[in-house]
Design a protein around this ligand. Structure first.
Ligand SMILES: Nc1nc2c(ncn2[C@@H]2O[C@H](COP(=O)(O)OP(=O)(O)OP(=O)(O)O)[C@@H](O)[C@H]2O)c(=O)[nH]1
Ligand SMILES: [Mg+2]
Length: 196
C-alpha cells in the first residue's frame, strides 16, 4: 500500500462529532504512552501528523486522519492513565467504549502493547472484552528497537500462549518499531487486504 496523502480531519469527544462520510476507520488503542501516535506517524511517513509526547496522556480525543482520500487512521486516547483525575478517566473510558463498541465505521482495531512487557492485566481485560463483544482486532507489539529481535520473538510467543489459555484462535499480530519503521509494510498490507 502506498500512502499518497495523509491529512488531519477532525478531533471528536463523542460519536456525534465523527466524520459524516461512510469511509472505513482503522483505529489504534492501548495504554497511555505505548506509542499509538508515533505508529500513525510512522505508517504515514509524516513525522508530525499525530502529536507525540514522552508524557503519558497526550491524546485526549478521537483523532481522524484521512488517508489517500479513501480511509481513516484513528488515534484514540490511551487507557489506564493513572495520573488523570477520576472524572477525566471516566470521560476517556466513555469515549473509548462508545467508539470501540458502538461505532459502525470502525473496521479494525489495533491494540498496542509494549513488546518489552509481560502481558498486563489491563490489556488482557480489554482484549477479553473485545473478544466477547466480537470486535475485530489485532495486537501490535511496539518499541521493538528497544530490545533484541530474539527477545521480541520470545515475548510474542509468551503472549500467544497466554491468549491460547482463553481463546482457540489467535488474532493477527505485528512486531513494530516506529523508530526503525519495523512492521510498516505488514500493517499497511493488512489494511489493504481488509479494504479489498
Ligand atoms: N524507542 C522508541 N520509542 C518510541 C516508539 N514509539 C513511541 N516511542 C516513544 O514513546 C513515547 C510515547 O509515544 P506516543 O506515540 O506519544 O504514545 P501514545 O500511545 O500516543 O501516548 P498517549 O497519547 O499519551 O496515550 C514518546 O516519547 C515516543 O517517542 C518506538 O517504536 N521506539
Ligand atoms: Mg497519543
Amino acid at each position: 500500500m502506498i500512502i499518497r496523502s495523509a491529512e488531519f480531519k477532525c478531533s471528536s469527544s463523542r460519536l456525534g462529532q465523527l466524520p459524516g462520510d461512510a469511509l472505513p476507520d482503522f483505529a489504534f488503542i492501548g495504554r497511555s504512552n505505548v506509542g499509538k501516535s508515533s505508529l500513525i506517524n510512522m505508517l504515514t511517513a509524516r513525522p508530525s501528523l499525530a502529536k507525540v509526547s514522552s508524557t503519558p496522556g497526550k491524546t485526549r480525543l478521537v483523532n481522524h486522519f484521512l488517508i489517500n482520500n479513501d480511509w481513516y487512521l484513528v488515534d484514540l486516547p490511551g487507557y489506564g492513565y493513572a495520573r488523570a483525575s477520576k472524572d477525566a478517566r471516566a470521560g476517556l473510558a466513555r469515549i473509548i467504549t462508545d467508539y470501540v463498541l458502538r461505532c459502525e465505521r470502525m473496521h479494525f482495531l489495533f491494540v498496542l502493547v509494549d513488546s518489552r512487557h509481560e502481558p498486563q492485566a489491563i490489556d488482557l481485560e480489554f482484549i477479553t472484552m473485545l473478544g466477547r463483544e466480537g470486535v475485530p482486532f489485532g495486537i501490535v507489539f511496539t518499541k521493538c528497537d528497544k530490545q533484541s529481535p530474539g527477545r521480541t520473538e520470545a515475548g510474542m510467543e509468551h503472549y500467544k500462549r497466554r491468549l491460547l489459555e482463553q481463546w482457540e484462535e489467535l488474532p493477527p499480530m505485528f512486531a513494530t518499531s516506529s523508530e526503525k519503521r519495523t512492521g510498516r509494510e505488514e500493517i499497511l498490507d493488512f489494511i489493504e487486504r481488509c479494504l479489498k
